[in-house]
Design a protein around this ligand. Structure first.
Ligand SMILES: C[S@@+](CC[C@H](N)C(=O)[O-])C[C@H]1O[C@@H](n2cnc3c(N)ncnc32)[C@H](O)[C@@H]1O
Length: 254
C-alpha cells in the first residue's frame, strides 16, 4: 500500500489552495452577511481603515471597500490573494491585498478595525501586535465558537468514527491532550482497490486558538491591554449566554 501523510491544512501550497477555493470558504452569501454584521456592530466612521487578517479570497474586504472603507487584506496564500485581486477588479473597488504571514506582521500605519475571521489562532505576541496597529478607540473583531453550543462541546471531546463508501474506508479520530494542551484531528482514507492510505492530520495548541477556546482568547486580549471585551451575535445583539448561536463575534476595544 502507498502511504501518504500530510498536514490537513496546507495553506500557501498552490495545489491545496486551488482546491480549497472550491470547498473551504463559507459561501459568498454567508461571507457578505458576516461582513455586514461587522459593520453593524462596530458602526465605523466613513472611510475607516480596516485590516483584514487571513483575508482568504477577500470577500469580506471587498464588501467593506464597497461601503467606502479603506481596506488592507493580508493572507499567506499567493493563490487566494491573486483571486482576491481579480475579484476586487471585477467589483470595481480598490483594496490593498498583500501576501503576508499574520505571525510576522509589520505595519507602520494605524487601523480603526482589525478583523480576523474563521479559525483565528493567536500566536505568541499577536494580540499585542494587533493592539499596536490599532488607533485609539480602535476595535479587534474575530469569530469564536460558542463554548456552550453542543457542536462546540462535541468538537472538544474525544471521539473516533469510521464509515465505508464504495469500498473506501474513512476513519476519523479527534483527541484532546489536557497535559500538553493540544488537540489532534486525524482523517484517514483507505482505498484498498488503489492501494492507497491517505492520512491528513492537524494539531492545534488549544491555549492559543481563539476559535476553540474563548476563555484563553479573552485572557490574551486582556493581557495585551484591550479594555472592553464583549461577545456579539451575527445579528448584532450583545450575547448574554446560552447554547445558541454556534458562531459569535469577540469584539475587543483598545
Ligand atoms: C478558514 S480560511 C478564512 C479566510 C477568510 N478570513 C474567510 O473568512 O473567508 C483561513 C485563512 O487563513 C489563512 N492563513 C492561514 N495561516 C496564515 C498565516 N500564518 N498568515 C496569513 N494567513 C494565514 C489561509 O490562507 C486562509 O485564507
Amino acid at each position: 500500500m502507498k502511504r501518504i501523510r500530510r498536514e490537513a491544512c496546507r495553506y500557501g501550497e498552490p495545489g491545496f489552495d486551488r482546491e480549497y477555493i472550491e470547498w473551504g470558504f463559507h459561501d459568498r452569501e454567508t461571507q457578505i452577511t458576516e461582513a455586514q454584521s461587522v459593520l453593524r456592530i462596530l458602526n465605523p466612521e466613513t472611510s475607516a481603515r480596516i485590516l483584514d487578517l487571513a483575508c482568504g479570497i477577500g470577500t469580506h474586504a471587498i464588501c467593506w471597500a464597497k461601503q467606502g472603507h479603506q481596506v488592507t487584506g493580508v493572507d499567506i496564500s499567493q493563490t487566494f490573494i491573486a483571486e482576491a485581486k481579480k475579484a476586487a477588479r471585477r467589483e470595481g473597488v480598490s483594496v490593498n491585498f498583500q501576501v503576508g504571514d499574520v505571525k510576522a506582521l509589520d505595519f507602520t500605519e494605524e487601523f480603526d478595525i482589525v478583523s480576523w475571521i474563521e479559525k483565528p489562532t493567536f500566536h505568541h505576541g499577536m494580540p499585542e501586535a494587533i493592539w499596536g496597529f490599532l488607533a485609539a478607540d480602535g476595535h479587534f473583531i474575530g469569530d469564536v465558537r460558542n463554548p456552550e453550543h453542543p457542536r462546540t462541546r462535541a468538537r472538544t471531546g474525544n471521539w473516533r468514527t469510521w464509515r465505508e463508501e464504495g469500498g473506501v474506508f474513512h476513519l476519523e479520530a479527534h483527541e484532546t491532550n489536557e497535559e500538553t494542551g493540544t488537540r489532534q484531528d486525524v482523517w484517514i482514507r483507505i482505498d484498498t482497490e488503489q492501494g492507497i492510505i491517505e492520512e491528513d492530520s492537524s494539531t492545534n495548541d488549544l491555549r492559543a486558538c481563539v476559535g476553540r477556546n474563548l476563555n484563553t482568547a479573552r485572557d490574551e486580549l486582556t493581557k495585551a491591554g484591550f479594555a472592553e471585551i464583549n461577545l456579539w451575535t451575527m445579528e448584532g445583539v450583545l450575547f448574554g449566554g446560552g447554547e445558541e448561536p454556534y458562531w459569535l463575534w469577540i469584539v475587543a476595544k483598545k
